[in-house]
Design a protein around this ligand. Sequence first.
Ligand code: ADP
Ligand code: MG
Length: 707
Amino acid sequence: MTGPAIQLNSEVKYLKGVGPARAEVLASRGIRTVEDLLYYTPFRYEDRTRLTRIRELLPGQTTTVFAKVLTSGLTRTRKRGTYIYDLACTDSTGMLRCKWFNAIYLEKNKVFRSGQQVFFYGKVEQDQYGTGNLQIIQPQFEILPEREEAGQSLELNRVVPIYEGIGGLTTRVLRRLVWTVLSAVGDAMADPLPGSVRTRNSLLARALAIRETHFPHARSPLEQVANCRTPAQVRMIFEEFFGVEAGLALRKRKAKSATGIEFEGNESVRQMIKQILPFHPTAAQKRVLKEIAEDMCSSEPMNRLLQGDVGSGKTIVAVQAAILAMQNGYQVALMAPTEILATQHYLYIKNLLAPLPFRVELLISARKSAEKALLKRQLANGEIQLIVGTHALIEGDVVFAKLGLVVIDEQHRFGVMQRFKLIRKGPTPDVLVMTATPIPRTLALTLYGDLDFSVIDELPPDRTPIDTRLVAEWERDRAFEFVRRKVQSGGQAYVVYPAIEEGGKLDLKPAVRMYEHLANNVFREFRVGLLHGRLPSEEKEGVMQRFKRNEVQILVSTTVVEVGVDVPNASVMLIEHADRFGLSQLHQLRGRIGRGRAKSYCLLLAEEPYSEIAAERLRTMTETNDGFKISEIDLKLRGPGEFFGTRQWGIPAFRIANLLRDQEILEWAKREASAFVEAPPSREEFDAYVAYLRKEWPRRYGLAGVA
Ligand code: ADP
Ligand code: MG
């Protein structure tokens, strides 16, 4: 090898066989350095030590077959415009067909030729003609170059790592690249994990772990390899979680070390709270308020997450905390994710606090500029004690005279960074983040590892569980009748539509058209209102107000009611095309009902056929009202990638770890990380690790500000 030796921080573009074009492709997945490449780990492994022969294949089996191509080519099916790429292959014990739908690229690029030796991987099934012939639909494949000799290659007679292709870089290219790099860097690799942590937990050394993760040892039990539980893989997963958790622990420690406000919970505060409380708080509400008040009255700044399922009564807890802050002469900011929710909070709180000498105002972008300017002036000079608002609150020109408490409702709608922006508007305000737990408990650890937790695990009294039923399209009229009866006897109803656009690809009955149909025909005798995101703010507000006052009995709405809306008299919800909504979303929607004393009903209208996953979502909804359970299932159905979507959650994009599969390693790593940060075994080790995190954390996870 010429040139300087390959280091972990060498750029991949200088590697032999990479070059600028491939480097750019790799960069699209965040792979810029040798280290990045080594942390691009296989997504599965194929056992090619014992290949199944075609004669022994069984339908239903998912396996790798090594065979020689006989014929291949594109055939047109009877359905116009669809093509099937059909390939026949043999391994001398039998014949197998492989089929790809609309794979014109296979033909165009002349991917297969007869005589080629190919690994096919996929699920074996009977062909559709019942001839007893076996086939694999859309197999993954890897073509062995002609001159490859068995025994020498990385592809044969071993457990072979399979990588997700990147652009034009196939699993084979990536495998060879990793192999070359591994041999070049060797074992002289600094280990970022603190030595004491490694020893205590008997973790493999880094170089060995990386090598064995890519190319598992011949004797590694296959099932362990497949489940990512070899000592090598476990060490890699642990390393990643440890870094993130240590970062969060450092952040938490830093937040605690700042001097916060010591609010005083005196008799006047208690009197005020007693004066405004419209009901007896539940035991859970009392408990969390106590936790919050203790935080607020201590000199450490509060950073607390208040979890509670939809309808558990988080708002009133926040209002009590606000009174504590305001009676101590401080201002309070409450941020909500939508204008509807902000407006509703504002009206609710203003009404509640009317007997008290505090001024409550609303700041949303929809208000007139002159009004906003006035509000901002009055915030800056301290005339306003409580401001409710949307993102408008974090704009640069919003300045507080004396911000003491920040409340963020429905946190999952905000990114972590937005949280910080609002917090910085005071020297060290106390922070209360409220969420209706669409996140499973264990994962909340990672997400909000820098926060303390309070949980409202009890609903207000007299609530009967919502009765949720699945309704088929042909039962639509009966569903409408049901709504009619409930409204006739004094209740109110939501009818929810997934979208309002006409002419989109999905065949959805648009809310607007349906609203007209319901208003003019089906529910002619009632007042029907329409609410969707595109309406001007005043109109949205107007409709909500009329619905609240029961001047509108049936509210046809898109998902804008999903978050936080509170009209206790509404006891029926009919969700159209329920099969198209996500599970957490359905749960949030359903949370709008079941808020009063009347028994509530949620009708899920869905037209078959829908996918198996949709069926499972609907079944889950009919079987449970438990938000925790629902979010666990949602996560399972969607997988962490989609569940958390983009960075907006503030969830780091893990490279090896999988939040779903590796929860127990996460908890283990979190324990170790907290212990390490709270009581580091030595100053040197601690400093070295913090320095490493400071450098790596922003680059790898896009999270700034470790310590
Ligand atoms: P969420 O936790 O979803 O934000 P809210 O704060 O909107 O829930 O409360 C849901 C409803 O329950 C509101 O109508 C609220 O007034 C009512 N509520 C809250 N706590 C109690 C209680 N202890 N007793 C009776 N009703 C309550
Ligand atoms: Mg709420």
